[in-house]
Ligand binder design. Structure first.
Ligand code: RB5
Length: 151
């Protein structure tokens, strides 16, 4: 399993701690697409980079962190094929895998404490997509994505 991780300047140490946590606990390769500097860094850059790597199957899943998780998560969701959950609790993280087959997870370093973030990551990495009745809804989401904007 190869995980991409991305962040902005707000979440440098937090990202590093989570990267180490995932590597140690799961033995997964965690590829860093974020910044390691506290100089201002625009979150869409790493949101896009991680999302494109997931969409093109270079990596299996992505984890994104900025102050709130919102900007970086919205950026990821602009990439075709990406279903990014922006959440602050383990329950939503787990259900987003089981029901929505999310392939990117985003949360905020200013919102979620590191120990809760580890629980979120654990639920999200271990839950499996259930398919079945959920697939029709994911197909509908793909249809929306393929339809583009109406003039
Ligand atoms: C950076 O100040 C902040 O806007 C960013 O980390 C994030 O919270 C945006 O959604």
């Amino acid at each position: 399993m190869k995980i991409g991780i991305g962040n902005d300047h707000v979440a440098v140490e937090y990202k590093q701690a989570l990267k180490a946590y995932i590597e140690d606990k799961y033995g997964y390769e965690v590829v860093n697409y974020g910044t390691d500097s506290t100089e201002r860094f625009h979150y869409p850059e790493s949101g896009k980079a991680v999302a494109e790597a997931v969409a093109s199957n270079k990596i299996d899943k992505g984890i994104l962190i900025c102050g709130t998780g919102v900007g970086i998560g919205i950026s990821a969701n602009k990439i075709k094929g990406i279903r990014c959950v922006i959440c602050s609790d383990p329950y939503s993280a787990k259900l987003s895998r089981q029901h929505n087959d999310t392939n990117v997870l985003a949360f905020g370093s200013r919102v979620v404490g590191l120990e809760v973030a580890k629980m979120i990551v654990d639920e999200w990495l271990t839950a499996e997509y259930e398919g079945g009745r959920h697939q029709v809804r994911l197909d509908m989401i793909s249809d929306i994505e393929n339809q583009g904007n109406i003039d």
